[in-house]
Design a protein around this ligand. Structure first.
Ligand code: SF4
Ligand code: SF4
Length: 450
């Protein structure tokens, strides 16, 4: 299949991509900050459990927190230093969460205490998955779901296909693109490792046509005997959502409430794949990541290699500061990013980008009544009726929203983007889903108590 003819998913939207700000900037390493803050909750699942105490000396790459359960992740020291504290710190979610704070050892050369993952070629599938868990890998596209869990399909299920998600459909972001271009060896190693770990017969790399040059490079570098196909799709949002990518690559629909493995597929972000390749090539656990720092509000946009735990302020300083008109800072892209209120909030494993928007982009628009144009219905990639859901949310009829499948909403903001009445649909859906989840948790707790 040629990239020009690759079919993509139905619906979706075409926001401007604004990737030119950092598209051609090679990844550069940010200087180690003096202090790093590592939240114990920077992945989906149970918080990590510290294995260090205040006053302990740690080496770069050393384990500092173990998994807090099966769906959890390990944490490693991103720099050598001394543990200052284990206690509450600001988190990108806006909450205070427990975190390990490390004072960097300024005299240290920051030599990596490397893992010894062994040779994946001679390891069993279980042994590879155990190494991925040991390295603390999570989905680097933003969701931060522990990777070892994805690599362990439930009994009776098998990932016939493995998809590398290199769509990076959020405007402004270029971290996946730069990884494809600059860490091609690690991407290819990671594909080999994960094909074996999953026992899959074939891998696909899915990207968009604004990254066609990276796809060409990858095709040229792939060994001819590796069963991998690189597919380039039309640039369209949200191409990088797992279910959309599976639809585009395999023309398979993952039904609502089901997982990719139910369609015999596992999807991993290209940064995660490169990280796992890097662990086997160089013994590095997940202690740093590529972050696109961009937007009209930052003086010197860049693609940076940032130690996990580095503060937002340190990144801003490295990029020459912010313009006075900066109005909003987001972790992630403009469609699904999280607004930040504190400059001491740390970069985490799932932080793919930091976006600085100014008064010009953050315009408060007046909301008008719904005119039933149904543009939101045409845009919704999971076939919901955002117009109807929006009306129910406005009337706070949250339980009625369940009948209209609100829990299938992936909060992609496509509906808000196209709405000519400026109705804050996705914001209302986030509130509604949060309240419905809290209510469900309360009911579960009551059931357990009785
Ligand atoms: S935010 Fe939800 S309702 Fe709106 S387009 Fe995305 S999935 Fe559909
Ligand atoms: S796009 Fe906006 S105005 Fe049009 S139907 Fe949807 S909610 Fe109503």
């Amino acid at each position: 299949m040629s990239w020009a003819s690759a079919r993509t998913f139905r619906h979706g939207v075409h926001p401007g991509d604004f990737k030119e700000l950092t598209r051609n900037l090679p990844v550069e390493r940010v200087a180690f900050p003096d202090v790093l803050t590592l939240p114990l909750s920077q992945h989906l699942g149970a918080p990590s459990v510290p294995v260090v105490s205040p006053g302990d000396c740690v080496r770069r790459g050393q384990l500092i927190a173990d998994s807090g359960g099966y769906v959890s992740s390990r944490l490693h020291a991103p720099c050598s230093g001394t543990v200052r504290s284990v206690g509450p710190a600001h988190h990108a979610s806006g909450k205070l969460v427990d975190a390990i704070t490390i004072d960097r050892d300024r005299a240290s050369a920051q030599k990596l205490q490397a893992m010894r993952p062994g040779d994946w070629r001679t390891q069993s599938r279980e042994e590879i998955v155990a190494q991925v868990a040991a390295g603390g890998f999570v989905g680097l596209g933003g969701a931060a779901f522990p990777t070892h869990v994805k690599l362990t399909p439930p009994e009776g299920k098998h990932a016939r296909f493995f998809i590398v998600n290199a769509a990076e459909c959020e405007p402004y972001l270029n971290s996946d693109y730069r990884i494809l271009l600059e860490r091609t060896d690690a991407v290819i190693e990671g594909i080999k490792v994960l094909l074996k770990a999953l026992g899959s017969e074939k891998a696909f790399v899915g990207t968009e046509d604004n990254k066609a040059d990276a796809a060409t490079l990858l095709r040229e570098r792939l060994p001819p005997d590796l069963p991998v196909e690189v597919l380039v799709f039309e640039t369209k949002y949200p191409q990088g959502a797992e279910k959309m990518l599976i639809d585009a690559v395999l023309h398979r629909e993952v039904p609502a409430g089901r997982l990719p493995i139910d369609a015999h597929v596992v999807v991993n972000n290209v940064g995660t794949v490169a990280g796992i390749g890097n662990m086997y090539l160089r013994g590095e656990p997940l202690i740093e990541r590529v972050v696109t720092v961009t937007g009209p509000g930052i003086r010197d946009p860049r693609n940076l290699l940032v130690p996990v735990g580095t503060s937002l302020q340190h990144v801003i300083d490295h990029c020459g500061g912010i313009h006075p008109e900066t109005r909003q800072i987001l972790f992630g892209g403009p469609m699904m990013g999280q607004a930040q209120r504190f400059l001491d909030v740390p970069v985490m494993k799932g932080t793919s980008g930091i976006l600085f928007l100014t008064d010009q982009e953050v315009v408060e628009r007046q909301e008008y009544a719904c005119i039933k144009c149904l543009r939101c219905v045409d845009a919704c990639p999971v076939y919901l009726n955002p117009s109807r859901l929006g009306a129910l949310a406005k009337s706070r009829l949250y339980e009625d929203m369940l009948d209209h499948h609100i829990m299938n909403c992936m909060e992609c903001a496509s509906c808000s983007f196209v709405c000519p009445s400026n109705i804050p649909l996705v914001q209302r859906f986030r509130v509604a889903k949060g309240l419905l989840k809290e209510q469900a948790a309360r009911e579960r707790a009551r059931e357990v108590a009785t």
